[in-house]
Design a protein around this ligand. Structure first.
Ligand code: B12
Ligand code: SF4
Length: 523
């Protein structure tokens, strides 16, 4: 059987990296079946497009996975596939929480033949076998022989064959530049951000988060060896293509067990498996100097920190009182001292927020080392404690907000500001944090370091806003480049000066551009 795994875009945001579930299910598919992957973010497709693809390629089963914000598109694509007579199975956080919706038990509009609840590592082979024999069931739940919820251990994680997987659609470097950039240093002909997980689960139970409910509070890890082997495979692939691969450790809280994280990082270093990596770690776990040393030494470049708010009352409201705004600056400085920077995520529209929250947050951010701030709105995702609280209080204004996804739009009314005010705060946050002046200041604030770190800050800043406010199309990009031309010119001039002076002083074995740019192994 030929299987298509499809991840929808939501028509608004574009992801900068593919979703892990597709590669994982592909690796878990029993032998004898062919699996093709299409990520709608990389290969935009509409309903007619997927129906045509499925028919032309004789696909026998389509698997669709989606977060809540993509679910409306997922349903439309499911409808189109089912209309040409091919069965659809859906999985992921949204259908796990709302299986009846996908199966049409609420509205009568059915979008999937089957749903896979929760973690599908162990149910997927069964789904494939049932589909191949025409006996697909409606619901697949990960349970043991007593019907109790069963979580995969991750100890026998399947090797993902990164050396052979077709990754063309996930290359961020435009094809026209590939031949030229392959010659730059160790090669930049391709650049991909690849998701890798080293463990699952987070026990913290923040009120707005799906994770504790979905993965449970039992934390599970892969073996260090299987993670290290995966990194080595990725590193070898990048080298063979004269390209670069960065890894996003998608664990919910990469250092949830600090002892184990240190042991993994030590093993990565010992095996020479360092690649540039990003991971999500909560601020309270970054107090440990040794952990931060190991992060830097193992290739860690950016840490995603869910700061959420600088107001302790807000944090307490959403069960995230373990975040201490008073220590944010010290945590970020500890990272910056090792040239590791942070993606700092904030939520506006919390119950104690009042107009001016963006400026108050921006004033704090300006005192911190440079990073990549993100601003979003408090969103009641289905089945979260937040959703239940707001529903019980009658505060949901759009209880089924996912039916018509609107980016950056609230689905409930905050207590101390209006919905329109909350929207304006988010817009203001993004505009100010990514203004040409703010970008110039961030780049200038690391003058003593190798040029590579300033390039890292500049490029990340220019690109990052685009993940949330896509700079699609050449005109949007030209505008961004024009607005930031002074900073870009300064960095290019500096690079040229360093290159010329390096060239003049060049001994028999001189560092190449890669080393000058601060690539791993050169820090
Ligand atoms: C990495 C990640 C991201 C990445 C991008 C996604 C990517 N390319 O991987 C970034 C950081 C950009 C991101 C952004 C956002 N994210 Co996010 N993200 C994650 C994270 C941490 C890991 C996802 C992952 O790979 N998990 C590991 C895999 C193995 O698990 P899985 O995807 O659930 O897949 C398993 C099962 O669900 C199932 N399955 C999944 N799909 C399918 C399909 C089929 C056919 C089958 C059979 C089974 C199946 O099988 C898999 C194996 O067991 C999750 C939390 C988490 N731990 O999952 C949040 C999570 C998915 N994100 C979430 C959210 C809300 C967001 C944002 C909206 C946040 C924001 N406000 O900006 C944005 C949206 C960005 C966008 N452009 O759309 C929520 C989604 C909740 C929901 N109900 O939709 C999650 C669950 C976290 C949370 N706080 O609750 N995210
Ligand atoms: S710390 Fe992060 S992953 Fe864990 S419950 Fe809170 S928001 Fe979710």
């Amino acid at each position: 059987m030929k299987i298509l795994l499809y991840s929808p875009d939501n028509g608004v945001t574009r992801n900068f990296m593919p979703h892990l579930w597709m590669f994982l299910l592909q690796a878990l598919t029993p032998a004898g079946h062919e699996v093709v992957l299409i990520d709608g973010n990389a290969q935009p497709m509409d309903e007619a497009g997927i129906a045509r693809y499925v028919v032309e390629n004789k696909i026998g089963l389509v698997g669709i996975g989606a977060m809540t914000r993509m679910i409306a598109k997922a349903y439309r694509m499911g409808d189109a596939v089912r209309a040409v007579g091919v069965p659809v199975v859906m999985g992921g956080p949204h259908v796990t929480e709302m299986p009846d919706e996908a199966l049409g038990k609420v509205t009568g509009r059915r979008h999937a033949d089957a749903v896979a609840l929760g973690e599908a590592d162990e149910t997927w082979p069964k789904i494939v076998a049932d589909a191949a024999s025409g006996r697909l069931k409606e619901v697949y739940a990960p349970v043991d022989e007593f019907g109790q919820d069963k979580k995969p251990t991750l100890q026998s994680y399947p090797p993902i064959p990164w050396d052979t997987i077709d990754l063309k659609q996930f290359n961020i470097v435009p094809k026209v530049f590939t031949p030229m950039l392959q010659k730059l240093g160790a090669g930049w002909g391709t650049f991909r951000i690849v998701p890798v997980e080293s463990g699952r689960g987070c026990p913290y139970g923040c009120e707005f988060c799906t994770v504790t409910g979905f993965f449970g509070d039992s934390i599970r890890f892969r073996t260090n060896k299987s993670v290290v082997d995966e990194l080595l495979l990725l590193k070898a692939r990048a080298k063979s293509e004269l390209g670069q691969i960065a890894v996003f450790f998608i664990d919910d809280n990469f250092a949830i067990n600090v002892k184990r994280t240190k042991s993994l990082l030590r093993d990565i270093i010992a095996a020479g498996a360092q690649v540039h990596w990003v991971a999500q770690i909560s601020a309270n776990l970054l107090r440990d100097e040794e952990l931060v040393d190991l992060i830097a030494a193992s290739g860690g470049k950016w840490i995603f920190i869910g700061m959420e708010s600088i107001d302790p009352a807000n944090l307490a409201d959403v069960n995230k009182g373990f975040n201490k705004p008073g220590e944010y600056a010290a945590v970020l400085q500890r990272l910056a001292n090792r040239n590791v920077y942070a993606i700092t995520s904030f939520i506006f529209g919390m119950d104690n927020d009042t107009p001016g929250v963006a400026d108050r947050t921006l004033n704090e951010i300006r005192t911190w080392p440079p990073g990549l701030p993100i601003f979003g709105l408090l969103t009641p995702l289905p089945a979260t404690p937040l959703y239940k609280r707001l529903e019980a209080a009658g505060r949901l204004t759009r209880p089924k907000h996912w039916e018509e996804f609107i980016p950056f739009a609230m689905a409930h009314t905050p207590l101390k500001m209006s919905v329109a005010e909350a929207h304006a705060e988010v817009k203001h946050g993004w505009n100010e944090a990514y203004s040409p002046e703010a970008i110039a200041k961030a780049v200038r604030s690391v003058p003593a370091e190798p040029l590579g770190y300033r390039i890292n800050i500049l490029v990340s800043r220019l690109c990052f806003r685009g993940i949330y406010f896509p700079q699609m199309g050449p005109m949007a990009w030209l505008k961004v480049l024009a607005e930031n031309h002074q900073t870009i010119t300064d960095v290019v001039k500096e690079g040229f000066r360093q290159w010329i002076s390096g060239w003049c002083k060049r001994p028999a074995h001189a560092p190449g551009v890669r080393e000058a740019l601060g690539a791993p192994g050169a820090d």
